[in-house]
Design a protein around this ligand. Structure first.
Ligand code: TYD
Length: 217
């Protein structure tokens, strides 16, 4: 669907462990691309459409043991399908640059690897119901202890995954690094432990390079 020949925009995603600064970097990237005159649709997962935001609350609030990894996989995929139909595909069809804070790589790493050994099921559901990959994915890599401290400082009720502990975050980091190695064509591993502006400048430069590559095609 959205990744097919009719899609005119460019699909960019940010991935990484909890507290790695994806949301800040997504905002900064959107501002950088808008200042170049580009139409940008910034969005996030879980969520990004009214229905998917409702599913989000089920997933990120409440006790860690509320859902099994299998149920999570189904809920994240359901949310993603709605987000794709209502937000991502229409924005790409309009020719916008879509900047999405988390997408299918989070499911591959959280549910497919760190929560349960469900990578094969994750890939099957993705192929059946989602079917698109980003043109470029920024994998924000940093020390989980530093990232967790940032997350706690943020407050709020959305701590279900952060409550799964430090070992869990270390497994996630390893999973995201392995994923970047598995998909070297679209993934860029970014050292997110650096100064925020330095990280933002690297990401914007890579995105603009990808956009000029697309324009040249
Ligand atoms: P997010 O709002 O990005 O949290 P944070 O800002 O802390 O990184 O995502 C909420 C949580 O949902 C996060 O802990 C990661 C988890 N998640 C999955 O487990 N699987 C998925 O497919 C997605 C999209 C998110």
């Amino acid at each position: 669907m959205a990744g097919g020949p009719a899609a005119k925009g460019l699909f960019l995603t940010l991935e990484g462990i909890d507290g790695s600064g994806k949301s800040t970097q997504a905002r900064r990237l959107a501002a950088a691309l808008e200042s170049e005159g580009l139409a940008v649709q910034r969005t996030r997962e879980p969520g990004g459409s009214p229905g998917a935001e409702e599913i989000r609350r089920l997933l990120v609030e409440g006790p860690a043991g509320r859902w099994s990894a299998e149920t999570e996989l189904l809920l994240f995929t359901a949310a993603r399908r709605d987000h794709l139909e209502r937000t991502i595909a229409p924005a790409l069809a309009r020719g916008a640059v879509v900047i999405c804070d988390r997408f299918a790589d989070s499911t591959r790493v959280y549910q497919g690897l760190a929560r349960g050994a469900l990578r094969a099921e994750t890939d099957r559901l993705h192929a059946a119901f989602i079917g698109i990959e980003p043109a470029l994915t920024f994998v924000l890599d940093m020390d989980p202890e530093v990232a967790l401290a940032r997350g706690r400082a943020r407050g709020g009720a959305e701590h279900r995954f952060e409550a799964m502990g430090s070992d869990f975050q270390h497994r996630l980091r390893a999973g995201f690094r392995a994923l970047a190695a598995e998909f070297p064509d679209r993934c860029r591993l970014i050292d997110a432990g650096r100064d925020e502006t330095e990280v933002a400048e690297e990401i914007a430069a890579l995105a603009l390079a990808a956009l000029s590559g697309e324009a040249a095609r």
